[in-house]
Design a protein around this ligand. Sequence first.
Ligand code: ATP
Length: 231
Amino acid sequence: MEPIIKVENVVKSFNQGSKKIDVLDGINMSIEANQLIALRGRSGSGKTTLLNLLGALDRPTSGDIYFDGNHINKMNEKQRSELRRTEMGFVFQSYGLVPLMSVEENVEFGLRIAGVPRSEWKEKIAESIELVGLSKRKKHRPFELSGGEQQRVAIARAIASKPKVILADEPTAELDSKMAFRIIHAFQEIVKNSSTTIIMTTHDPGILEILDHVYTLEDKNIAYRKQEIIV
Ligand SMILES: Nc1ncnc2c1ncn2[C@@H]1O[C@H](COP(=O)(O)OP(=O)(O)OP(=O)(O)O)[C@@H](O)[C@H]1O
């Protein structure tokens, strides 16, 4: 089976003044569909930079990235934006919620943008809000919610359309450990029961321990570990 995401020899450098800094140097990854992937690495190791490249939000300095067999560097901006809108979900650190919209309306907005048929909205909104434990707060607007609750709205919005890939940057950072595990459990159910792949960054050792697929960014490169199941 063709991997959903394939990364070949990806290099990413930034110019800071007259200095060029290499953040990623020769990244190779092959990610099968229907997996929950963790990406770890110390602060500044390039996790967000890599998620931005996988999500077609930025372009590599060199190397190739394929999404579902399509070479995303070769796409123009319109095609890349279409890909993001219809095939991907994002949970990034600035949650990007619309302030005047309630929890339900924010999730609905995500479905509308993704092009999900209107007839499916009601069920998908209720299901995703339930999965993140916000059913009782669905009429609230973001400013009435805590940071962790806002983070869960962003998660509900990303999972509601069941896109092919969800990219989540520290999606449990604002959550207490009980809620963090609830979200991870919801992610595990989603990758098992729909054709979604989730790639998330985390520093949390408890979460890393229970995930099957862990990539570590170190020294500008990446290493993969299939978790040993210890019985
Ligand atoms: N647009 C940019 N211009 C210049 N340097 C950048 C840019 N984006 C990221 N960097 C640099 O690239 C390095 C990696 O940053 P990145 O945000 O990817 O790390 P991270 O692993 O996600 O860190 P954290 O865990 O703290 O979020 C940092 O040194 C950062 O300063």
